[in-house]
Design a protein around this ligand. Structure first.
Ligand SMILES: C[S@@+](CC[C@H](N)C(=O)[O-])C[C@H]1O[C@@H](n2cnc3c(N)ncnc32)[C@H](O)[C@@H]1O
Length: 241
């Protein structure tokens, strides 16, 4: 029911040591999103534990969310200001009432939709919630295929006694997975989360199918220019006014 974000993951999700939870990262992200909301309402696809939604709401933005995981949202409910409205369902298809100036989907979560159809539906669902001129913002990694030596399909990203972690890519289907081997008592547990990777240009096409146009693409929340060396992007597509 909670997908890949059940009680155990939710309990460990908010990790102050992780880059994504550093105050500077969170502040910068919330700052850019507040600017894009421009006084209007915001809807977070995959609101999770409120990592970004709560600081955004603290800036005076009216924020709502959609998420599949009751366990993740329960963690948000424990925090000050954590009673933001949340609809439970798939953000590719779930509708909430009203129009929004901003819909946003951060932390690679577009990739949790594992088919092209679902990702296309997600862009359509974002557009359907936006007021004219409204913005859909996605933060997602650039597929790290340049790290794959010929003939190999895995890219390790943590090689340490307390965690071995690696991504596996299937270049034929754009299927991908992140895999973790972690100690649990005297043994180890293996977890694998499936994703679908997409290039920025494919996302632009999905936006076009949904009637939106790219207005900005940055390498990060500092709005550094996106280049061929960028490892992720923050992209903004808008509905016509
Ligand atoms: C990596 S967390 C991101 C949470 C939050 N946006 C953040 O930046 O911290 C991914 C979240 O996406 C949710 N999720 C994954 N696939 C989903 C789907 N298809 N529909 C709704 N929520 C989904 C998970 O339940 C989880 O809360």
């Amino acid at each position: 029911m909670d997908g890949y974000f059940g009680e155990d993951v939710a309990a460990r999700y908010d990790d102050p040591a992780s880059q994504m939870f550093q105050a500077e990262t969170v502040d910068r992200t919330a700052g850019v999103l507040a600017e894009l909301a421009a006084g209007g309402r915001a809807l977070e696809f995959a609101i999770g534990t409120g990592r970004i939604a709560l600081p955004l709401a603290a800036r005076g933005v009216d924020v709502q969310g959609i998420d599949l995981s009751r366990a993740m949202v329960a963690k948000m409910r424990e925090k000050p200001g954590g009673d933001l409205p949340v609809a439970f369902g798939d953000f590719a298809t779930t509708r909430v009432e009203g129009e929004f100036a901003l819909v946003y989907l951060v932390f690679n979560t577009i990739m949790n939709l594992t088919t092209q159809d679902a990702q296309v539906d997600c862009f359509g669902n974002a557009a359907a919630h936006l007021a004219p001129g409204g913005a859909f913002v996605v933060e997602v990694m650039v597929p790290q295929l340049r790290l794959l030596p010929p003939g190999q399909t895995a890219v390790p990203f943590s090689v340490a006694p307390d965690r071995i972690a690696y991504d596996v890519y299937d270049l034929a289907t754009q299927a991908m997975s992140s895999n973790y081997v972690e100690p649990a008592g005297d043994a180890h547990v293996f977890r694998s989360i499936p994703f679908r990777y997409a290039w920025p240009s494919e996302l632009d096409l999905m936006a076009r199918l949904a009637g939106m146009t790219l207005t900005d693409r940055w390498a990060d929340w500092s709005k550094e220019p996106f280049t061929g060396e960028s490892e992720r992007h923050v992209s903004v597509w808008r509905r016509p006014v």
